[in-house]
Design a protein around this ligand. Structure first.
Ligand code: MSP
Length: 662
């Protein structure tokens, strides 16, 4: 098979000190989305994930749990494998660093480098961070009574041990030359600068064995030494596909080098410096690219077991379903930034993007067809201008989507697709097909066909993210999804010549009204925070009740009545003209903890969309959502009724989005 037609993608192998959480799930979902995206392009793909089971951190956790390290790690494997399977992560291989084939290959690799002279024995005296499994150099230590780790800020421990060292310093210039010749090695590009600066600062030889730690791969012929966990772990990317194993050479040579290693920013240094240097020393080609993403945070703090703020993917799955969560993570996180997780945001995205914009569009089209006895929709011989314009838009969105995906700008790819979905909604609404059904049957069928062709494109592009739901959507258009033909190429021809045989399906996505929230479902601090918030609110309610009873007797309202209206500051991120309406502008508003909202404002006469973008306004966020031009308005923007013009209400200085007005 042609090597240019393969895609080998990896996730980090996760430390097994706890079950998977939303952060590790996010990386793993990205790998799956990219594998599927490459499948759509007709490529043969290999997705590798697994667990990093040796080292001081795992050994300490096992000791605390009063278990042997192996017994301890064995206890987590099912949680990883079943969570990945539940989330439809189609991994091709799950490696464990305790797998005998991996251990043997690492031993042989070390021996080869000792023989070559790139690994030598000496004494390490310095500081070690067990949390990050990192030898911390003098210049990186953060000063203090006991110096702390530059990465996690925890106290380091002083160690003095006989060690084997890898000659990292020897590769400093080669690495710099490699980065210069491969400026796209790390995506997003800015991250490569951090790496280059670190290397330019000077590389010291790297200690790659430990004697004080027993839980690791022993060196052949020097069993007191076990491999330093990163020297062990990084090699998983080659051992998993056969490196150092009899009969696996052909397989290894087919898949290696990896096309993409995915990780968060915390471990880029290991991947972009140590790993290429190890490979250079081994005479192997370097991986083609690294994709580095930000952290999922809770209240701006990295989600991690050690901070005790993890969100359990299983709870999310049971509450919201697998594919909506996949969609949310890919849509919400900008790849180069950290992104705060909140259930409000998640529910808002599911309700507005999935249930309203996409699910309703399909439902309206199929229901209307059924009502008018249309089951089979054939492509018309001649399209009208409006439909041709929509077809043009569909070609544009396909090319935008492809280009964002090739840059790993997933959230932008989805934003551009959603703009198209809203155009299809606007098209459908503006054509008023329910009237055409009675007055102009041909025109009615054309609207149905154009909508169905658009939905087909949308479903195929979304398949990598929500495979089952999109296969269901396609089945309701009478199409069976298959990877046999090169679907993307077919789409790019823009041939709207399909015949659709419609089938009614249950609604694709559920909608969440704010009152549906089940805070108690979350066995995490996120839930706790939500429950705490509720308790405070209940207390305030009690306090206010008395005041409210009294106020009923007068014309005044009580402070408690006023508090019922949630007035919140939000930034208008997007403003668009609603073409079919004389009055409305459609706004996307960031309301902080209250989520991103779609809000319609009847101010077309007074404001151009660009005058509102980037401004902070005041919004009522707990009004019952209302349908406007077939779409949902999830709040109301406040304006003062000036004599000639409605003037937007705003705050004097900039405040955080979501700030309440009291
Ligand atoms: N075992 C090493 C990796 C060795 S790879 C040869 C390790 N393991 S880890 O369990 O700490 O996983 C780190 C990775 O998990 C991050 O780089 C990232 O991919 C993922 N994430 C862990 N927490 C995360 C967030 N809060 N947010 C996003 N990604 C998260 O380091």
């Amino acid at each position: 098979m042609d090597k240019s037609k393969k895609f080998y993608v990896t996730t980090p192998i996760y430390y097994v000190t706890a079950k998977p959480h939303l952060g590790t799930l996010y990386t793993t979902i990205l790998a799956d989305v990219l594998a599927r995206w490459n499948k759509l392009q007709g490529k043969k793909t290999f997705l590798l994930t697994g667990t990093d089971e040796h080292g001081q951190k795992v050994a300490k956790a096992a000791e605390k749990a009063k278990k042997s390290p192996k017994e301890f790690v064995d206890g987590f494997i099912d949680a990883y494998q079943s969570t990945w399977k539940d989330y439809e992560i189609n991994y091709d291989h799950f490696i464990r660093t305790t797998d005998p084939y991996h251990e043997k290959a690492v031993q042989a690799w070390i021996k080869m480098l000792i023989d070559k002279g790139d690994i030598y024995k000496s004494v390490y005296k310095g500081w070690y961070c067990a949390q990050c499994e990192l030898f911390v150099t003098e210049k990186d230590l953060e000063k203090g009574h006991v110096p702390s780790c530059p990465d996690c800020k925890r106290e380091t421990e002083e160690v003095q041990e006989e060690c084997y060292f890898f000659k990292l310093s020897k590769y400093q210039d080669k690495l710099l030359k490699f980065y210069e010749e491969n400026p796209d090695f790390v995506a997003p590009k800015e991250r490569l600068n951090e790496v280059i600066n670190f290397v330019k600062d000077g590389l010291k030889d790297l200690s790659i064995s430990r004697t004080k730690v027993k839980w690791g791969i022993p060196f052949e012929g020097d069993k007191d030494h076990v491999a330093y966990v990163w020297a062990d772990a990084l090699n998983n990317y080659i051992t998993a596909i056969g490196y150092g194993q009899k009969g696996k050479k052909e397989n290894f040579e087919f898949w290696w080098p990896a096309d993409l290693h995915i990780m968060a920013k915390d471990i880029l240094r290991f991947h972009a410096i140590y790993w290429p240097a190890f490979l250079m020393a081994s005479g192997l080609p370097l991986p083609k690219r690294m994709l580095v993403h930000g952290w999922i945070t809770v209240d701006k703090k990295k989600m991690s077991k050690s901070f005790g703020n993890v969100v359990d993917p299983n709870v999310l799955k049971d509450t919201y379903g697998v594919e909506p969560v996949r969609y949310y993570l890919v849509r919400q996180m900008a790849i180069n930034q950290d992104g705060d997780f909140s259930t409000q945001d998640l529910e808002q995205k599911i309700s507005s993007d999935l249930a309203n914009d996409l699910g309703n569009l399909l439902n309206r089209m199929v229901t209307l067809a059924e009502k008018n006895d249309v089951n089979v929709i054939e492509a018309p011989k001649i399209w009208a201008d409006k439909e041709l314009a929509l077809r043009g838009e569909s070609c544009n969105v396909l090319s935008d989507f492809q280009s964002y995906m090739s840059d790993y700008q997933f959230h932008m790819a989805l934003a551009s697709l959603w703009k198209f979905i809203n155009k299809v909604n606007a098209f459908f609404h503006a054509q008023e097909p329910w009237k055409l059904a009675k007055t102009d049957r041909d025109a009615f069928l054309r609207v149905l066909s154009a909508t169905a062709h658009s939905l087909r494109l949308i479903a195929i592009l979304l398949w990598p993210i929500m495979p089952q739901k999109m296969e269901l959507l396609l089945s309701s258009l009478g199409e069976k999804f298959s990877l046999d033909k090169n679907i993307l190429e077919d789409l790019s021809l823009g041939n709207w010549n399909k015949t659709f045989t419609l089938q009614k399906i249950d609604s694709l996505f559920k909608k969440y009204a704010p009152s549906d929230r089940q805070a108690s479902a979350f066995a995490s601090t996120v839930a706790k925070a939500m429950v705490d918030k509720k308790a405070t609110a209940d207390k305030q309610d009690d306090r206010g009740k008395k005041a409210s009873d009294e106020s009923e007797k007068s014309e005044h309202i009580s402070i408690n009545d006023f508090a019922k209206v949630h007035l919140v500051v939000g930034t208008i991120e997007l403003a668009e003209d609603v073409q079919e309406s004389n009055k409305l502008l459609k706004l996307q508003v960031d309301c902080g903890d209250y989520g991103k909202r779609q809000v319609f404002a009847g101010v077309k006469k007074f404001y151009k969309p660009e005058e509102l973008i980037g401004k902070q306004g005041v919004f009522v966020v707990n009004l019952k959502p209302r349908k406007m031009m077939g779409m949902e308005s999830q709040g109301m923007m406040l304006f003062a009724e000036g004599k000639e013009k409605l003037q937007m209400v705003t705050v004097a200085g900039t405040v955080a989005n979501g700030t309440r007005l009291r």
